[in-house]
Design a protein around this ligand. Structure first.
Ligand code: FES
Length: 166
């Protein structure tokens, strides 16, 4: 079929020499739409990563059980929680077991805490007694939950020596 040529595109002829749609211009439009679409999709996916829908990691506030489950003299390391529960008489406290050097888990020792990684040592209250650790182990807030269980809040550090009477 022979089309009436648009004088504006008179210089654009197809392979048969017929005047027709400017293919270059059409391709330019399509690629422009493609780039625009890619930019929009990219922006949405970036927004998803900037504000993730889920949070990861353990809750920093948790219950560990009733006070009677921790008799006087207890120094129990809860490695998955990275905390040591200390009970002396009617007093309960929680000391971090994350080494202040490079973050290894310290273990409970006769003299306090010992780090297996680079040899840091801490006394019973978490004060540094040797090794490269730059500062003492933090103590965390301990309270009684409404159900009577001991609650540890690792988001709240307290002064060393802060015990909860139970
Ligand atoms: S991580 Fe504990 S001494 Fe280095």
């Amino acid at each position: 079929m022979k089309m009436a040529g648009n004088p504006k595109f008179a210089h654009n002829k197809d392979a048969a020499g017929e005047p027709g749609v400017n293919r270059r211009r059409m391709l330019a439009w399509f690629s422009g739409f493609g780039l625009f679409g890619s930019a929009i999709l990219s922006a949405f996916s970036n927004l998803v990563f900037i504000k993730p829908r889920a949070t990861y990691g353990q809750p920093q506030r948790f219950n560990i059980g009733k006070p009677e489950e921790f008799p006087s003299g207890t120094r129990m390391a809860l490695d998955t929680r990275r905390v040591c529960v200390v009970r002396e008489g009617d007093k309960v406290a929680a000391i971090s077991t994350t080494c202040t050097h490079l973050g290894c888990i310290v273990s409970v020792a006769d003299t306090g805490f010992a780090c297996p990684c680079h040899g840091s040592r801490y006394d019973q209250d978490g004060n540094v007694t040797g090794g490269p650790a730059p500062k003492a182990l933090p103590w965390y807030k301990v309270s009684l939950a409404p159900n009577g269980e001991i609650e540890i809040d690792k988001d709240t550090e307290v002064e060393p020596g802060s015990y909860l009477n139970v």
